[in-house]
Design a protein around this ligand. Structure first.
Ligand code: NI
Length: 160
């Protein structure tokens, strides 16, 4: 089922999400629906708050490789950062240069409920940080300077 994507300035996007307690059929269905929704919208990541559910769950599509992140936690990070253009399905037509950590070690449960711990680098490290931000109620807009933020919010609210 394709879900409706929640867009800025909906409050769900700025609310912190709760941990997933049980990986039951309802959550499994949500994972499937989120994956389908990400795919039809040509996104490379989608977090549960973006479909109106404040749960710590996100799906990632890394060049066709699907990753489900349940209760992801960043446990170790690089000191170095890098800047790259980023977009977000909840912020239509917005692209902004965002500074992110070069690599992150992330701990999460996968779609089978297995605990995974791995070091993500490059674009995957960036996507994971972006999705974990969503789970903490943070958007790209919170990662850029005041003037760029102002300019982008003006653009966003014009299209609503
Ligand atoms: Ni996003």
């Amino acid at each position: 089922m394709i879900l409706k994507i929640i867009k800025y300035p909906n409050k769900i996007l700025i609310s912190p999400s709760q941990r997933v307690k049980v990986l039951d059929e309802k959550i499994k269905k949500l994972i499937l629906d989120m994956t389908e929704t990400m795919s039809v919208n040509k996104g490379c990541g989608l977090a549960a708050p973006q479909v109106g559910i404040n749960l710590r769950l996100a799906v990632v599509d890394l060049a066709g490789q699907l990753i489900t992140l349940i209760n992801p936690e960043i446990v170790k990070t690089s000191k170095e950062t890098e800047v790259m253009e980023e977009g977000c399905l909840s912020l239509p037509e917005v692209e902004a240069k965002v500074k992110r950590l070069t690599w992150v070690e992330v701990k999460y449960l996968n779609a089978e409920g297995k605990e995974i711990n791995f070091k993500a680098e490059g674009i995957l490290a960036r996507i994971i940080q972006h999705e974990v931000d969503h789970l903490n109620g943070k958007l790209i807009l919170d990662r850029i300077n005041f003037f760029t933020r102002y300019k982008l919010i003006k653009k966003l609210t014009k299209t609503i």
